[in-house]
Design a protein around this ligand. Structure first.
Ligand code: IVH
Length: 699
């Protein structure tokens, strides 16, 4: 380090830098900050002030220097000392077993594996960002380059230096030269936020996080890159020279006597990554895993596939690497890819197809959603023919037209959506979407209030589409919980005119049900029985079942507890409704307007005539915790967070997601993160599971 060490100011600067970089890693790499943003800013300011007073202490590696250098007119080019290769791809199990067989046969033939031994692999996520090579000399970041054509890339050093997850200075004994290879990416949530901000400023929005990451990194003005939330994970290395302990290359033997002092890892890929992590580089330790044989690889693939949708960033597959470095060397390369590694791809989440038409769908509250009718396309593992376009403004913003070639995205079980149009391929006769003036189902006027993004059918329960979805919602588990009353059945009952309102459900007889699609005597009897059981719902469930806008399950229960009867709720004015804790003017207004409609009051009367008699909500008996707000964090030894929440609520307490001055208790388990720090800062009482049990009287 080129620091003027020794003086107290120099020592303070060094300490602050180390501390700040450590927080950067916790925050940007492991999503587990241990201090508040305010405290982080304070440390940063302290360092800035110190450097202002002692300019001779400023080094290029100081975190204060990450703000972004002056813009350039073009990127220079960088020749990679060791080429950046690509990977062979596998798309199914057969490809994977063939890869494992090839590798294992070669290693057995060379005597690196015994005849019955299987190959050990190191498995990683295939991050969907862009490949970067970082060059460290004597532990200092001196150059960063994109992959380019694999031989020569672009010099993006100034931009890379703004990424807080990337250390400017390695920690611990570093080799003379270390080229780190890895992926720069953007988390999905950060991407959404960035796009929202871009749209607001009328600037370019990005199609996906990968394009946003690439666009941000290839900015000629590093000050723009500095504002973009980029992340980085290391998964490999290029040139390595002058390892601590006197070794030159990875495969050289350490000089006698040096081995013990050397922190050089054993000759395994996984151990190398551990070593990179020990130097302060971000490594995806949470998901990397060792596996044995093709079976182990397939198990990793399945595990990551199940996890994919819940990851904060996009991946397009997994990567398998032979763990032993000598084995890697023996296997060597074919064309421009290593024989020792394989990318096993997931079904693509995005695909291109033709937008045939845009139709509208009517939701439960009359919300009109434009739906894209697509030329069938295989995406996210299924064939997709419809995708949502959300609303009219989104169609305009994305400038999507009928006849366009469009990019469709289906991630996990999320409803497929049209992401964007491919403008170069727009046909001359592409048509703009026009919102219909009338509901396609009931013919009522469609209206869009001035400050709303959503257009609505004004038909209310006169509209069969709204009626169907209202009934379906009313029958759902958290409402009246009528088992066996699914979408298809509701459709038939409404289309035949037999069921016009919620009350009509309660007059259904088995005889008239038998003969409907997929309805035998037995299921008809069961359904009528299930309907019968719903005649005495908890008041909150009934209120929720009515499908009043803005009234969710919890609000419905709170209102029910407060008023005690449906009549009292129907007659409450906005002030009375607003006196329920957590009910604001929007919810109060919505409930009042609902019951101001005579036809909605009629439904309540008809329900009563059918013998529907809501029962008062059980008010929690135990009021020890009444009104106290709890926040849960970390893993508790015995209870899941859901269990703990339920018990707290049963005792009259409330559970919230974030710590504030109003929090009474923080229940903290193992691996508690920033919530614990915040609670301690605010002086909130912290409980462990035992203390919570004691408070609940359960110990
Ligand atoms: S290893 C010699 N590991 O995939 C092999 N690549 O298709 C070098 N990628 O250009 C690559 N995650 O951008 C490797 N865990 C991972 C990866 C990964 C994403 C990207 C990388 C590379 C491309 C190859």
């Amino acid at each position: 380090m080129s620091q003027a060490g020794g003086t107290p100011a120099a020592e303070t600067a060094a300490r602050l830098r180390a501390e700040i970089e450590q927080h950067n890693v916790r925050y940007y790499v492991y999503d587990d900050p241990s201090i508040s943003d305010a405290d982080y800013d304070r440390l940063m300011r302290e360092l800035q002030d110190l450097e202002a007073a002692h300019p001779e202490l400023v080094t290029p590696e100081s975190p204060t220097q990450r703000v972004g250098a002056a813009p350039v007119s073009a990127f220079g080019s960088v020749r990679h000392a060791v080429p950046m290769l690509s990977l062979g791809n596998a798309f199914d199990e057969e490809d994977v077993t063939a890869f494992d067989r090839r590798v294992t046969d070669t290693l057995r033939g060379a005597g690196l594996l015994g005849p019955a031994q299987q190959t050990e692999y190191f498995c990683e996520l295939k991050l969907d960002g862009l490949a970067i090579s970082l060059r460290y000399e004597d532990g200092r970041l001196v150059q960063a380059a994109t992959r380019g054509d694999g031989q020569t890339g672009e010099d993006v050093t100034s931009n890379i230096r703004t990424i807080k997850a990337i250390p400017l200075q390695l920690t611990g004994p570093a080799p003379k030269v270390l080229e780190v290879r890895g992926e720069v990416l953007m988390n999905r949530a950060d991407f959404e936020k960035l796009n929202a901000a871009q749209a607001k400023r009328d600037e370019k929005v990005f199609v996906n996080p990968r394009n946003a990451a690439a666009g941000s990194l290839r900015q000629l003005d590093p000050r723009i890159t500095a504002k973009r939330p980029l992340r980085f994970f290391a998964y490999g290395w290029g040139e390595v020279q002058g390892l601590p302990g006197g070794q030159n290359g990875l495969f050289d033997e350490a000089p006698a006597g040096a081995a013990e002092a050397s922190p050089l890892p054993e000759k395994f890929h996984g151990a190398m990554l551990d070593w990179l992590a020990s130097l302060g580089l971000p490594v995806n330790v949470k998901h990397n895993l060792r596996a044995t044989g093709a079976e182990g690889l397939m198990a990793f693939y399945a595990k990551v596939g199940a996890l994919r949708a819940s990851l904060p960033y996009d991946i397009d597959g997994v990567v398998y690497k032979v763990d032993s470095l000598p084995a890697q060397k023996l296997l060597g390369f074919v064309a421009r890819a290593p024989r020792f590694a394989l990318a096993h791809k997931f079904p693509a989440e995005e695909a291109t197809t033709t937008l045939l038409d845009i139709e509208v769908q009517v939701g439960r509250t009359g919300a009109i959603t434009p739906v894209a009718r697509l030329k069938p396309v295989f995406v996210g593992g299924v064939t997709v023919t419809n995708a949502t376009l959300h609303n009219e403004d989104e169609i305009r913003r994305k400038d999507v037209r009928i006849g366009d070639t469009v990019i469709v995205r289906r991630a996990g079980d999320v409803i497929p959506e049209v992401v964007s149009a491919v403008l170069d391929k727009r046909p001359a006769d592409a048509r703009e979407f026009v919102m219909p003036k009338e509901c396609p189902v009931c013919g009522s006027a469609i209206e869009r209030l001035e400050d709303e993004t959503i257009a609505r059918c004004t038909g209310g329960l006169f509209c069969a589409a709204q009626r169907k979805q209202t009934l379906w919602h009313a029958a759902s588990r958290k409402a009246l919980d009528i088992e066996g009353l699914g979408e298809k059945l509701v459709e038939q009952l409404v289309d035949s005119g037999r069921v016009k309102s919620l009350a009509d459900l309660f007059s259904l007889r088995p005889l008239e049900l038998v003969g409907l699609d997929r309805m035998g005597q037995k299921s008809a009897d069961n359904l009528v029985e299930a309907i019968d059981k719903a005649r005495a719902p908890a008041l909150g469930r009934l209120l929720f079942a009515l499908g009043i806008r803005h009234v969710g399950e919890t609000t419905a229960r709170d209102v029910a507890r407060h008023f005690g009867s449906i009549e009292a709720i129907m007659d409450a004015d906005e002030d009375a409704l607003s006196s329920v804790p957590d009910v604001g003017p929007v919810v109060a207004g919505s409930i009042r307007r609902f019951f101001a409609e005579q036809h909605n009051r009629d439904v309540i009367d008809q329900l009563k005539a059918q013998g529907v008699q809501p029962v008062a909500e059980a008010v929690p008996q135990d009021t020890t915790l009444a009104g106290k707000t709890f926040v849960l964090t970390g893993t508790l030894p015995n209870w899941t967070r859901e269990e703990a929440s339920m018990r707290i609520q049963a005792a009259g307490g409330k559970v919230s997601g974030s710590v504030s001055k109003k929090t009474a208790y923080l229940v903290a388990g193992e691996d508690a993160g920033s919530k614990l720090t915040k609670a301690q800062e605010l002086g909130v009482t912290v409980l462990d599971e035992d203390a919570l049990k004691a408070l609940l009287g359960e110990s």
